[in-house]
Design a protein around this ligand. Sequence first.
Ligand SMILES: Cc1cc2nc3c(=O)[nH]c(=O)nc-3n(C[C@H](O)[C@H](O)[C@H](O)COP(=O)(O)O)c2cc1C
Length: 202
Amino acid sequence: MKLLHIDSSVLGHHSVSRQVSAAIVDRLKQATPSLQVVYRDLTQTPLAHLSGSHLAVAQGAPAPAELGPDLAASAAVLDEFLAAGIVVIGAPMYNFTIPSQLKAWIDRILVAGKTFKYGATGPEGLAGGKRVIVAISRGGHYGADTPYAAGEHLETYLRWVFGFIGITSVEFIPADGIQLGPEHREKAITGALQAATGLRAA
Ligand SMILES: Cc1cc2nc3c(=O)[nH]c(=O)nc-3n(C[C@H](O)[C@H](O)[C@H](O)COP(=O)(O)O)c2cc1C
């Protein structure tokens, strides 16, 4: 089985979500050594934002030559996603939601006819059967009992996106309160790393 590992934090070695996503992959790989891991770093190799030209090509217009490399990257990203049985994502909260690098990736995998379609009763997901595990790191706390709950557009957004394309197995491992001081940070990271080691095997 293939495991696609994606990181999107811009903070490199200081990143919490990268540390936790790596621990998730380590845990799954240890439990199932035959897993084939494919890694994509969305900050090292960013995807461009969608443009009018992309949409025109998707509607059947001839592809302009200058879009060639980008369309090839887009196809590679989609193929990688479709081939994976497990997808592990490192997703930090930036300004209440996912980083724009991760949004650019989502724009390349939500493709009508490939990962969803419009059926007689509305949209239908075509990418079911995958397991998605997301390491999320947030500076504050966004639980339902906090005043910030309405500002949470990271976990809720990703759950919706993957649900839209038919993926119901979405697990979140949160590291929260990262910006509330060193003790909070340490506790959050330790808890998330522990949760990673407790994940069920692939
Ligand atoms: C540009 C930027 C925007 C941020 N916006 C938020 C935010 O809206 N809410 C929040 O709780 N934390 C916010 N933070 C804090 C991060 O969520 C926190 O530091 C987290 O650990 C980032 O994940 P990373 O370490 O993997 O990059 C922000 C951090 C950065 C760098």
